[in-house]
Design a protein around this ligand. Structure first.
Ligand code: MG
Ligand code: MG
Length: 250
């Protein structure tokens, strides 16, 4: 069943989303060649705690960090580590969740470290564009498949691989609620209604669609070793424009 959030729940989700956005702002400031993903995790943890929120990912199914750090050919779910050092030319997807007042904000963003190749720039630009295309369909009168299709069309136009095994999701009191949102058309005619909140999160690859899970049972990488990008916002459906909840509040 898909929950529709009350005004009070939305208020708390907006606050959680603001904290998530603060983490991303900080990540952008501190990302530079030489920093380890474990250090990034510690900095993110500080921002979340300073703002009296709970790091949603920490301990989620046993995940050992409060952010996921996925570099280059890693798609999602990278475990922060002292041994993983960010390098010039990398792209790194940072995914973060914060729980505030019992409600969750969830957002991922891919960042360039120094100068990156034109291919990586295009991958990042188009994946962000596909997210925005998906968000624009989060409207009363549309169905879930309209969001999926908008993402798929942008990916196909640029011949990027679409990760099939992972996708967006309802979010609220739990990080993962109904519905599951595919990043390509599956014919899901579920009606969008005001008060629904969905984390929309395309993961696109410079190469093919295929991915596999590493031996640590978390990190997901592309099978062909080509780079992948990930952008995500938690988005509220209203009677008017879609509202991104994981942005900085004025
Ligand atoms: Mg996320
Ligand atoms: Mg998510």
């Amino acid at each position: 069943m898909i929950n529709r959030k009350s005004r009070d729940e939305i208020k708390r989700m907006r606050h959680a989303g603001h904290i998530v956005a603060l983490v991303h702002k900080k990540m952008k400031e501190v990302l530079e060649p030489g920093i380890s993903t474990r250090e990034l995790d510690a900095i993110a943890m500080n921002v979340i705690k300073e703002n009296k929120a709970i790091p949603t990912f920490l301990g989620y199914n046993g995940f050992p960090g409060c952010i996921c750090t996925s570099i280059n050919d890693m798609v999602v779910h990278g475990i922060p580590s002292d041994k993983v050092i960010v390098k010039e030319g990398d792209i790194i997807a940072i995914d973060v969740g914060a729980t505030y007042g019992g409600l969750v904000g969830d957002s991922a963003w891919s960042y360039a470290v120094g100068e990156i190749t034109e291919d990586k720039k295009r991958l990042m630009r188009v994946t962000e564009e596909s997210l925005m295309a998906g968000i624009s369909k989060m409207r009363v009168g549309n169905v879930l498949d309209d969001i999926s299709g908008a993402i798929e069309d942008v990916a196909n136009r640029e011949h990027l691989g679409i990760v099939r095994q992972y996708g967006g999701h309802g979010v609220g009191h739990s990080m993962h609620e109904d519905p599951f949102l595919f990043n390509y058309r599956v014919g899901d005619k579920t009606q969008l209604k005001s008060g629904m909140v969905i984390a929309i999160e395309p993961m696109l690859n410079l190469g093919g669609d295929e991915v596999m899970v590493l031996d640590d049972n978390w990190g997901v990488v592309t099978k062909d070793g080509k780079p992948s990008a990930h952008f995500e916002h938690t988005v509220l459906c209203t009677d008017d424009e879609p509202v991104m909840l994981t942005t900085l509040m004025e």
